[in-house]
Design a protein around this ligand. Structure first.
Ligand SMILES: Cc1cc2nc3c(=O)[nH]c(=O)nc-3n(C[C@H](O)[C@H](O)[C@H](O)COP(=O)(O)O)c2cc1C
Ligand code: SF4
Ligand code: SF4
Length: 432
């Protein structure tokens, strides 16, 4: 059986599944139960400076986007960092770590952007025996207006400066948590690396308004008739997070910088995808908030089964897909496929026909008796019919053999050539 034990920037955990800094890791009671359920590690809910704790709203703090079956697809939150006193959190962290020495316990931090504040908090957390710190440069609401969270995470110079302070005043491994609310995520990642970060984690939540109450005319969640933007997470953000992880993993300036992948991870498969794109481990929040701590058990068994069936170790998976992420102009323009409908599986719903006829290339014919057939002479292989067909694998894409005639163009399928070599590209380099 594949060994799921993980070592991330020197921090050991029995598996690569950590809970992200958020309500699931807010207190000792939760974290003990999470460890009992099998989580390999946790990033404790973000701590702030000594002094009066932050104050949360007392009305609804979440807005939700549902799928058709009321499955939670995305959550928007307006919660702040921990609203419990610093010394209570530190006492609890020490107690949990003492009882679970084999689990990773990272402390998330967000304090004002001055060296004294960072030195003071680092001194306070040193004796908890925690395994590392994560710098929360991502929170997009409430704290950003106070010059913290994403207000720091959006300015690479600040990230570098604060990371340097942290490395100067602490010997702990340091993970910099990045905000996705930025145009090019590689810049803050580069800055974290320059500042001496041991790793980056991403993504934190995405600025959002999930919905508007059309009676109150206010964003939801609504607090006494008003709403504010919040942070979006859950399955809906996974594609954005995967892209950002891949961007950092393949960027020459940041390649090799360890990444903790976060964003919409709900199943072992989601986790495996993040790791294949270069994440050394993963963190989870919404899935635990939706399904409870035991959701990790499916992740563990699923990843075991996958690795075993592919005769791979965890280390073989990490970064395995990174070399296959490329830029559009490197894609093979001579790769040709055609849609094929399995008539035995087809339920004659006509969705493929409507989609292709109205919005694609008029490449599906509707014959008497509601028989749907692909017209290869018109099919550009866009895949839309596959995407909208309600029957899995009813429509598949067949790859043409080399030399086989593409009935649309009348040309034989040729070998690899990309846009940089294409005759229609005015900038084309001569093909070799
Ligand atoms: C209610 C809530 C509170 C959160 N609080 C924090 C926080 O205090 N510190 C932090 O770094 N991230 C916080 N996050 C962000 C999560 O750690 C995580 O980055 C984000 O939810 C994406 O992961 P997910 O899609 O698995 O939820 C919070 C998320 C939620 C939903
Ligand atoms: S792949 Fe695109 S063009 Fe071809 S049949 Fe399907 S929808 Fe039409
Ligand atoms: S969408 Fe799928 S099931 Fe519906 S008609 Fe097309 S091939 Fe058949």
């Amino acid at each position: 059986m594949a060994d799921l034990r993980s070592t991330f920037i020197g921090i050991k955990s029995p598996n690569p599944f950590w809970l992200a800094s958020a309500p699931p890791t807010d207190k000792e009671y939760n974290v003990r139960r999470a460890f009992q359920a099998g989580w390999g590690g946790v990033v404790w809910k973000t701590l702030g400076s000594e002094g009066p704790p932050v104050v949360n709203v007392n009305g609804p703090r979440y807005g939700v986007i549902y799928g058709a079956d009321r499955r939670v697809l995305g959550i928007n939150n307006i919660e702040l960092i921990t609203d419990r006193p610093l010394e209570v959190n530190l006492r609890e962290i020490k107690s949990v770590k003492r009882d679970y020495p084999d689990r990773a316990l990272i402390i998330s931090l967000m304090v004002p952007c001055d060296e004294d504040s960072w030195r003071d908090i680092l001194a306070r957390i040193e004796d908890t025996e925690a395994d590392g710190v994560e710098l929360n440069f991502g929170c997009p609401h409430g704290m950003a207006e106070r010059g913290m969270g994403s207000a720091v995470g959006q300015v690479p110079e600040y990230i570098e400066m604060v990371t340097r302070w942290v490395k100067k005043h602490s010997r702990m491994p340091c993970i910099v948590k990045l905000t996705p609310n930025i145009s090019d995520v590689r810049k803050p990642a580069e800055a974290a690396k320059r500042g001496g970060a041991d790793a980056v984690s991403l993504i934190n939540t995405i600025n959002s308004i999930t919905s508007v109450d059309l009676d109150l005319f206010a964003p939801q969640p609504t607090i006494d008739g008003k709403g504010s933007h919040g942070g979006y997470c859950g399955p809906a953000v996974k594609p954005i997070a995967l892209n950002m992880v891949a961007e950092i993993a393949r960027h020459p300036e940041t390649a090799g910088l360890p990444i903790s992948g976060i964003g919409g991870i709900t199943t072992w498969r989601d986790a495996a995808e993040f790791m294949a794109l270069g994440a050394g481990n993963v963190q989870v929040c919404t899935a635990a908030m939706t399904y409870g701590f035991k959701v990790v058990q499916e992740m563990i068994t699923g990843l075991h089964d996958y690795l075993d069936s592919h005769q791979m170790e965890l280390s073989d998976l990490i970064g395995r897909a990174t070399p296959n992420v490329t830029d559009w102009q490197q894609l093979n323009l001579n790769y040709v496929t055609k849609a094929v409908i399995d008539q035995d599986a087809c339920i004659s719903c006509g969705r493929c026909y409507a989609a292709c006829e109205d919005t694609s290339h008029q490449a599906i014919a509707m014959k008497p008796g509601r028989i749907f057939e692909v017209i290869e002479e018109e099919c550009v292989a866009c895949n839309l019919c596959v995407d909208v067909c309600p029957v899995e694998d009813c429509i598949t894409m067949r790859e043409l053999e080399l030399g086989e005639i593409d009935k649309r163009t009348g040309l034989p399928r040729a070998g690899y050539a990309n846009w940089t070599q294409h005759p229609n590209n005015p900038m084309a380099k001569a093909a070799e």
